[in-house]
Design a protein around this ligand. Structure first.
Ligand SMILES: [Zn+2]
Length: 55
């Protein structure tokens, strides 16, 4: 898993799949109080998470 940051500064974990198809569609996860959950929108600013817009 990689650590990336939303433009608002929220840390987002990115997990790439093991095959080519899923590698193009990484799974975004947020760690909050030791609970990790998959998300599609930033819980902080509501922006749709996109690998190209994360820092
Ligand atoms: Zn955000």
């Amino acid at each position: 898993m990689q650590e990336r940051f939303c433009t608002c500064g929220k840390m987002v974990l990115v997990r790439y799949g093991s095959n080519v198809k899923s590698a193009r569609n990484p799974i975004f996860m947020i760690a909050d109080k030791k609970i990790v959950s998959a998300v599609r929108l930033c819980p902080c600013c509501g922006m749709p998470l996109d690998i190209n817009t994360l820092r």
